[in-house]
Design a protein around this ligand. Structure first.
Ligand code: GLA
Length: 372
């Protein structure tokens, strides 16, 4: 009997609006896009875990009983998934995995979440673990939090696993209830402009923002004990309870941003794309000035977008300090505008800007399988 073998692909994600709201238990509006991590897994008859990265041209081997972080870093996303499966007492055997992908790393398109989702999905199939998609999302997040070490929220994994063609997902990060919203853009396209920078601050400042929000919640709780997260807070509560200027700015942004997502969903439903675009600009403004997770490259590109009537809205996307901006651009103007912006970016920032036109696709799925 041949061993079970499966190939799974998991997409990267964009987020239309709702940044840094996931770990504050608010709403987000992400979607899966047409860039993927692909994992081909074959079960083995021994305890070995063999990981082959096509992109890095490296192989890493360890055994099921020796799951530690690796100095190569790229194996950690797979090992983190194995570690979380073991913690939850799922019985898996050795396996060989070939990992490849075309999601640019460090661009804020969640290549790591896609990788973790592809791994957990493939292992679930090969070893018949019986996990639901939602359980796999949570396990992938736990792998990132506990093994890789970034205290990210649930948005990236949820979007990669649960994506639906031509729909965005309005996810309530408190209850994990979700609703698919059709993304009907007419003559407009989702265009991502990649700054090609990832400042080293990204993960430390991310964890700092989480702490600042927690400080804010604890202050609010002293006066309003029923408040469990910034999701439940109002601007009045923030103003009433927080005096520290930095903490106040952070919390104000989150409360406003959660409100913006809900408003943006209504606008999207009503086809009011120009107003939707204005909310995107407002989000950028808040991320840059109140939450302070932007950087000069991102600000430069968003600022340029403001000058074009063919662009309805733009903002930095994801954790911040680099990666992409997301914009809504008229399809006939894409070549012209991005060409001009790339040369301006080069002149002012001395870097190349990359352009990706994103299509919204389905989430994690099997693309090939042998079931002996
Ligand atoms: C990163 C994290 C997500 C989310 C965003 C900001 O992408 O992984 O969980 O917090 O930043 O919205």
């Amino acid at each position: 009997m041949s061993n079970r073998k499966i190939t799974v692909q998991s997409p990267g994600r964009i987020n239309l609006i709702g940044e840094h709201t996931d770990y504050n238990l608010g709403f987000v509006l992400p979607a899966a896009i047409n860039k993927y991590v692909t994992v081909e897994i074959e079960e083995r008859n021994d305890e070995l875990i063999e990981l082959i990265s096509i992109n890095n041209q490296q192989t890493y081997r360890t055994s099921l009983s020796e799951i530690h972080q690796s100095t190569l870093h790229w194996p950690d996303y797979a090992l983190g998934v194995v570690s979380e499966l073991q913690k939850a007492n799922h019985s898996i055997k050795g396996f060989s995995a070939i990992i490849s992908g075309n999601i640019p790393v460090g661009a804020g398109l969640s290549s790591s979440a896609a990788y973790e989702c592809a791994m957990v999905f493939a292992l679930n199939e090969v070893f018949n673990l019986g996990l639901t998609k939602q359980e796999m999302v949570q396990l992938a997040q736990a792998a990132e939090n506990n093994f890789v070490g970034l205290q990210c929220g649930i948005m990236d994994m949820f979007a990669s696993m649960m994506g639906k063609e031509n729909h965005a997902i309005r996810l309530d990060c408190r209850s994990l209830d979700y609703e698919y919203f059709p993304v009907v853009l007419g003559d407009f396209k989702i265009v991502l402009l990649d700054t090609q920078v990832k400042h080293s601050l990204a993960s430390s400042e991310y964890n700092t923002r989480r702490k600042e929000c927690e400080i804010g919640i604890n202050l609010i709780k002293q006066k309003y004990p029923s408040i469990q997260s910034l999701r439940d807070a109002t601007l009045n509560m923030v103003n009433d309870c927080i005096t520290d200027i930095t903490v106040k700015k952070r919390c104000t942004f989150i409360v406003e941003e959660i409100e913006r997502v809900l408003n943006a969903c209504t606008l999207l439903n009503e086809g009011k794309l120009a107003e939707f675009g204005r909310e995107m600009y407002a989000t950028h403004n808040g991320l840059s000035r109140q939450y302070e997770v932007s950087c000069q490259e991102l600000d430069f590109l968003v600022n340029e977008c403001l000058g074009y009537k063919e662009i309805l809205g733009a903002r930095m996307m994801g954790g911040g300090f680099g990666g992409c901006i997301i914009s809504l651009m008229h399809k006939d103007a894409i070549d012209n505008i991005t060409g001009r912006m790339a040369s301006l970016y080069k002149r002012n920032m001395q870097k190349e800007m990359l352009v990706y036109v994103a299509d919204i696709v389905n989430g994690t799925n099997t693309i090939n399988k042998n079931s002996p």
